[in-house]
Structures are given as structure tokens and as C-alpha cells.
Ligand binder design. Structure first.
Ligand code: ATP
Ligand code: MG
Length: 310
């Protein structure tokens, strides 16, 4: 079941499905907040999307709010060890209340990821991998513990603050893609650039879609794309802003071997060329084997943290 969000395209308001219902907040609330702020700024984006969750992972205007350097002096003033840490989870826990009691999804997860590292998160189905990724990206709030992205402690930020961190630094490929069904492949990939006010969204969006092999599918809507093609659009959308931290939940899960290999090469090209930190949930042994490090989650706990000998 999907939640919904409002996307305003010119004068047209589109209600579109975005997040699982459990994560969704009332669309009207989000719309009032984000639209009101946009109106106050007098911004005239061709697209304006309002959502508490995935839209701000798609991008917030770069001019909005304080820069990360100002907000988090650790970025520029902290000792080298802190600067090298892209991501840290401290005693991270997630519990949900169910009619028949409390379900512990994650319990006491602790680790740090250095900038430029590539980390595979593996484990059985239902072990908590997607939940962990959502917490790490600030898309969900932990029940206990804390997440720090590039020195920014997410737990001390409100939703707008987390949105700014995500918009400035994070790309996210959802396990179920979360493409906007009313937008074409090209428009889905342009959206994060449009939202942050880039003058040219179309050029980079076309280029990245060509790079994932979808140069001939630009005008297709998600329903007109295969699962693997939708996945590639989702990867392109996460890449297009050049994030410093890329989270991907089963990025090769729906792809044939050759296409999966092409996506893997793209991920690691970004990792090497731009120093992007990769955190990838995967059941794909080949993909996990390419990562410098593997975190194994079982029953909501981190049970192994291994670095294959090089
Ligand atoms: N909001 C929620 N309410 C109830 N249960 C939840 C909620 N979120 C997650 N769960 C449960 O927590 C467990 C972990 O879910 P999660 O999606 O993180 O698993 P996963 O490791 O990603 O699995 P898969 O490999 O199948 O994608 C599952 O048993 C799931 O049903
Ligand atoms: Mg999952």
C-alpha cells in the first residue's frame, strides 16, 4: 500500500503515490509546509513537489537554509578522524507497537562508514536491512540511538533539517523504486534537479538515462517500463544530483546479469570518480563482493562486519 504526495506541475496539482502507508503523513500537511515556504521565497520552479519524505530526498533548493558547513562546524573544523567519517550509527534501534505487543526490528546497531567506502548490507529477508537503510538516510526516525551523516546528527534536526541534509548529500534507490507514476522517465530524473533550482535539468537527466541504457525510453511512464527499466530510472534519479552518500536497496534485484553488471559498474565508477560513499543492501553476491566491506544483519542485529582481504 502506498502513501501519497502532491506534485505541482505548473498550475496542475498531481496526487501521486510515493511512500509505504506506514511512513506517509497527511499530504495536506506536507503541502501546506513546503508550498508555503516556496511561495514565501517567491520561487517559480516549473515543478514544485511537496512531501516530507522522498521528495526532499529528491532535492531541496540549494539556497534554502543554512549550509552544512555553517550548521555543522565539524565539517570544516573537526579533527581528521571525524572528517573521514561519512556515516555513523550509534546503538540504533527500531521498535514498532503492534496490537499483540512490540516488534523489535533493529536492536543496538553500531558502526561507522568512512568517506568513499563501499559497504554491502546483507542478511535474510525480514532481518531489518531496508529499515536500517531508511534510518541511515534519515527517511525514518529511530526508536533509540542516533545517526550522523557527515557530522550532522540527524536526531537533533527537525524534518526540514533532515531534508536539507538529504538534499545536499544523499541519493537513495528504493527497493520498490518509488517513481512518480504521473511523470515520464525523463521527468522523474529531472525532478531532483528542478527542485533544487538547476537551470539545466534536462541535459544531465538525458545523459544519465543514456548511461543506464534508457536513452530510448525517455518519454515512457513508469507503468510502460519493465521492472528492470524502472529500477534503472530509480538509479538514474539517485545519481543525477551527484550525492556524496548513495544508499541503494537491492539496486540489481530486478535486473538480468548483463544489466545488473552495468549498474554495478556505474555505482563503482561514482564511488571511484567522485569519492561517493556507497551503502548497498543486496542479496547479489557479485555486488557484495565488489564492496570493500560487508555488514551482516540477522534478526535486527549487526552480527558481522567483514572486509575481504585485498
Ligand atoms: N512499520 C512496520 N510495522 C510492522 N512491522 C514492520 C514495519 N517495518 C518493518 N517491519 C517488519 O520488520 C522486519 C524487517 O523489515 P525490513 O523491510 O527492514 O526487512 P529486509 O531485511 O529489508 O527484508 P527483505 O530482504 O525481504 O527486503 C520485517 O519482518 C517487517 O515485516
Ligand atoms: Mg528490504
Amino acid at each position: 500500500m502506498q502513501g501519497s504526495m502532491l506534485v505541482h506541475r505548473g498550475g496542475e496539482a498531481l496526487m501521486v503515490a510515493m511512500m509505504p502507508e506506514r511512513d506517509a503523513r497527511p499530504a495536506a500537511h506536507r503541502c501546506a509546509g513546503a508550498c508555503a515556504r516556496a511561495a514565501r521565497r517567491g520561487r517559480a520552479n516549473r515543478w514544485h513537489a511537496c512531501a516530507g519524505l522522498p521528495t526532499d530526498i529528491l532535492a531541496a533548493p540549494a539556497s534554502e537554509g543554512t549550509s552544512m558547513t555553517e550548521q555543522h562546524p565539524t565539517d570544516s573544523a573537526a579533527p581528521a578522524i571525524a572528517i573521514a567519517t561519512a556515516l555513523a550509527a550509534r546503538s540504533l534501534g527500531k521498535r514498532v507497537k503492534l496490537p499483540d505487543g512490540e516488534l523489535v526490528i533493529l536492536d543496538g546497531v553500531d558502526f561507522s562508514v568512512e568517506r568513499g567506502e563501499s559497504v554491502a548490507v546483507v542478511g535474510p529477508s525480514g532481518s531489518g536491512k531496508s529499515t536500517l537503510l531508511s534510518l541511515l538516510a534519515g527517511l525514518d526516525v529511530p526508536s533509540s540511538g542516533a545517526v550522523t551523516i557527515d557530522g550532522a546528527p540527524l536526531s537533533t534536526l527537525d524534518e526540514d533539517g533532515r531534508a536539507r541534509v538529504r538534499a545536499a548529500r544523499v541519493g537513495f534507490v528504493f527497493q520498490n523504486f518509488q517513481l512518480l507514476p504521473s511523470l515520464t522517465a525523463l521527468e522523474n530524473v529531472m525532478l531532483p534537479l528542478e527542485l533544487r533550482g538547476d537551470a539545466d535539468a534536462e541535459g544531465p537527466a538525458r545523459a544519465i538515462l543514456a548511461r543506464v541504457g534508457l536513452g530510448e525510453r525517455l518519454g515512457h511512464y513508469p507503468r510502460q517500463l519493465s521492472g528492470g527499466e524502472q529500477q534503472r530510472v530509480a538509479v538514474a534519479r539517485a545519481f543525477v544530483t551527484g550525492p556524496s552518500l548513495l544508499f541503494a536497496d537491492e539496486p540489481t534485484g530486478n535486473l538480468d546479469t548483463a544489466t545488473g553488471q552495468a549498474i554495478i559498474e556505474l555505482l563503482f565508477a561514482l564511488n571511484q570518480d567522485a569519492g561517493t560513499t556507497l551503502v548497498l543492501v543486496t542479496h547479489d553476491e557479485h555486488l557484495a563482493g565488489r564492496c570493500r566491506r560487508t555488514l551482516r544483519i540477522e534478526g535486527g542485529r549487526l552480527v558481522a562486519d567483514t572486509r575481504p582481504a585485498t
